[in-house]
Design a protein around this ligand. Sequence first.
Ligand code: TYM
Length: 346
Amino acid sequence: MSEPVQTPQTFPTRIFSGIQPSGGLTLGNYLGALKRFVQKQDEGIETIYCLVDMHAITVWQDPAKLRQQTREAAAGFIAAGIDPVRSILFNQSQVSAHVELAWIFNTVARMGWMSRMTQFKDKAGKNSENVSLGLFAYPALMAADILAYKATHVPVGEDQKQHIELTRDIAAKFNNDYGVNFFPITEPVIEGAATRVMSLRDGTKKMSKSDPSDQSRINLTDDADTIAKKFRKAKTDSEPLPSALDGLKDRPDARNLVNIYAALADMTPQAVIAEYAGAQFGTFKPALADLAVAKLSPITTKMSDLMQDPAEIDRILGEGAARADAIARPIVDQVYDIIGMIRSRH
Ligand code: TYM
């Protein structure tokens, strides 16, 4: 191992993030990720967003559904405000740099690091002998997604924090092992009132596209009636809303609804509590349902319009992939050079 090179190198700000097209997009994906992706784009930062289909197949995906869900997720991004000209929007499998770098990172990451990933443990459960090898290696591919672009910032929900920490460890070990300052130590960007949107049926569980109960989540494809009904039926306790945030400490279901309201309205949870102090859920839930419908319905409508023209979605993804490849290819070629691979074909 050579000595680490200490020359400081600054990396230009570049945002990368991804979403698995392994089911429909949920309100959790929207508030924890997508809405914030749009904000970053609108701040004029360079933004690269990826539908991570290679991650999706670490658990079984029906091919026709995967294709449909990938297009639907792309439509969701555009409907929510991602402009495929100002941002790069593409699906992972069209840019081979991701899997090439992932293999290299499989040799950098340690078994012990991977074994500590809580999301793997949760997903594998008691079945760990029978899940795919890809599910175990999943976070190394995620590190490759980010570092193939030398991305400096990754907006994500709370549940991805440990994966970003692993990405930082992989970058640091690569830099150190090869005596280079090649990869940035990427920062997670976990901010806002809805970094962890919880299930509408159980405020101690994350809202997830894989929850067997459809009542537990809002899907971006739900129509206005369904959205309103799900919020009206959301689990709560029988107390009125408190007059200070502290009063929500041991009330996960109530806290979740207040956080969702705050994120949808671009308010702080404190401001929501100030407005609804003492209100019963009979008042708060319809207000939340109205707000959610007002914010989400235009997205749902635009999404279904876009889905009328799948060829156009495929064209946008192909164009995004070409732009992504133009950034990632030279970076991964330099990695091959750093690690001592002969590249004499070009
Ligand atoms: P995924 O597809 O599970 O979720 C996509 C994004 O949505 C956020 N999210 C939530 N945020 C708040 N509350 C929730 N209930 C909720 N559910 C999901 C996630 O935190 C995430 O930001 N491993 C990633 C995908 C990925 C990725 C990447 C992300 C692959 N490569 C590179 C960033 C950078 C995942 O499974 O996300």
